[in-house]
Design a protein around this ligand. Structure first.
Ligand code: GDP
Ligand code: MG
Length: 175
């Protein structure tokens, strides 16, 4: 059995826990706690990690880890990044500065991304509302990071499998 560790990161409420729950074949281990931080706009937030698993055929399994969103838990980001073979960055497009959000994760995980694979996912996106998807791609090109940027609804299992496929294609290209 070949196993790959995949890490989901990104802003609070972008859908990290949801994405892992959408595809996991085991009950997701989730460390959400009730939050007293009303600015987050939701009652529960992840403080340590999420964990789920999905198998690809008989010989391969992905171990899916989700980071906490809040930057004050960023010490966990580095712990969780160890040994990861790919990174999914989820950006909630409805937040005030989604480009700035993306920049924070790209900068923080730059070493991991350059050694492995990355997909940027814009969640909750309404295509009529700026910034356009191309703006995110252009920002990454300026940082010399050439990775797919897609809009997706991670509540949908098929779309999360597609995101994982976009990562696996890059991983295979590196072998
Ligand atoms: N419209 C939309 N809502 C989403 C999407 N992903 C997650 N949500 C909702 O956003 C909320 C926060 O999701 P959650 O997975 O807890 O975010 P996390 O903080 O990144 O783990 C939940 O109510 C989800 O149902 C998405 O792709 N589109
Ligand atoms: Mg979460």
């Amino acid at each position: 059995m070949i196993e790959h560790k995949i890490l989901f990161t990104g802003t609070v409420s972008a859908g990290k826990t949801t994405a892992i729950q959408s595809v996991s074949e085991i009950p997701v281990i989730c460390t959400d706690v009730l939050s007293n931080d009303l600015t987050l706009g939701k009652e529960a937030t992840t403080v340590a990690l999420d964990y789920g698993e999905v198998s690809l055929g008989k010989a391969e399994r992905l171990r899916l880890y989700g980071t906490p969103g809040q930057e004050r838990f960023s010490f966990m980001w580095d712990v969780l990044a160890q040994g990861a073979l790919g990174l999914v960055i989820l950006i909630d497009h409805t937040r005030p500065e989604p480009l700035r959000d993306l920049s924070i994760y790209l900068d923080h995980f730059r070493n991991l991304i350059q050694k492995t694979a990355c997909v940027v996912v814009l969640s909750k996106m309404d295509a009529s509302r700026p910034p356009a998807l191309e703006t995110f791609t252009e920002m990454m090109q300026k940082k010399h990071l050439v990775y797919p940027v897609v809009a997706a609804d991670v509540r949908d299992k098929a779309q999360v499998l597609w995101i994982l496929d976009l990562l696996l294609v890059q991983m295979e290209a590196r072998l």
